[in-house]
Design a protein around this ligand. Sequence first.
Ligand SMILES: Cc1ncc(COP(=O)(O)O)c(C=O)c1O
Length: 479
Amino acid sequence: MKSPTITLPISASDVLDNRLPAAHVLNAEKTYGNADLIRVLEITGVAGPFRAVTPWEHEDARGIRRINAGGYAALPFGDRYPPLIEFVEAYLARSQSPGLPQQAASPWRAALEQNLVSLLARFAPSHSDSRVFFSNSGAEAIETAIKFARMARPKAARIINFTGAYHGKTYAPLSLTPNAEYQDPFRPLMPGIVTVPYGDLRAFAKAVRSNGPDRIAAVFIEPVQGEAGVIIPPEGYLKGIGDICRKHGIIIVADEIQTGLGRCGEWFASIADGLEPDVIALAKPLGGGLTPIGATIARREIFGKMLAGMSCKRHSNTFGGNSLSMAVGLKSLELLVEDNLPERSRILGERGLARLTKLRDSYPKLIEAVRGRGMLMALQFRPVSPVHIPFADELIGEFSGVLALRMLHAYGVQANLSLSSKRVVRLTPALNIPEDLFDTIFERIDRAAAKNPNAPSMLTSTPPDILVNLTKFALAPHG
Ligand SMILES: Cc1ncc(COP(=O)(O)O)c(C=O)c1O
């Protein structure tokens, strides 16, 4: 029997040639995808879809252009950066490497492995013989690190993490992401997690003592906590953590997925602050804003405990090390090096933080605090409710962040919410953003703040129908 002819509703060319109207895109997303995410973005007025008109600016369907300071720190060059696009076009036209070289050596993977280790060894020479394992996301890079740590210290089943930490949302990384909203429905999580207050060295030392150093496999730490709202630990803290771990052989895993490769003004923020990790997890910027990629770099002896001899397939994945991602990663690293983007990030970031500090001083009733390291910057907004309402803190916090995001969007700046800190909006512009556009970000925030000089005015200036919809959305049972 002849099988029936199948006609798919939308062709790939429809999308490529912009034949899918914005309304169709939104409806399809709300019907077939993560509907409530799109719904809340739509209510807030930030749902797009957007078109990248320059690497650093997006335009919506109405032709309104905004500076992209969002992208969750995964856009080191913005969107469609010509040198990267040209390289990918050349790769597609000329590379003859198989796309998924799982059971063979690959020049693309080999090159990125060598370059990553050589880059890391430049700052931490003891890593000159380390090895890299590739995966497809930040969470997977952490998953790999967890398994490395457990196998390297088989008798130690505990792992130390920190309050406010964010290491991803797949199961094992979620266990290291202490956020009740994300964790609670999935308990029991991975056992043996000891959560210690971030930034408190004495608390860390005490936790190591009371749990017994021999029972602790590893500590997982972000040198700056991004999703917690750009929390920068006190000076000497990271080095102190390193000293304690080194004394007891506890494995130090630096999660540099957000901070690494220039975002915080350094190649490796942890190393710059005196911590020499045994394992480093990288992801976001390595994909150049184009391809998913995770990389876990581990000391040779740690790597060898899990992946040795016939057990070299003990940890594996289908797509990790795929040639396209490796090519993009290789070129991204090269562009970061050629343009010395970590240093640019440090210099521009200092300027940005000075601008933010001025904004906080000018609008103290709107902005509670500002923080920044390199081009990872945060604005912590005050609660939109003028009075404290018991039991409503969470909701007010949520509204404050979402309305701040909406306000910045209305004034031409796309920003990021913070996944583990509701009232914090982060700015993560491309590391190569032209200086005039970078400065314009702060001019636009200034204009937005001048119109809304206190946090409740973000609420009162929001059209009532939007507030009603947002409230209904927040209070409705979902699922
Ligand atoms: C520090 C850190 N670790 C891990 C992750 C998880 O990465 P992914 O979203 O690619 O799984 C993130 C993502 O924001 C992150 O910021």
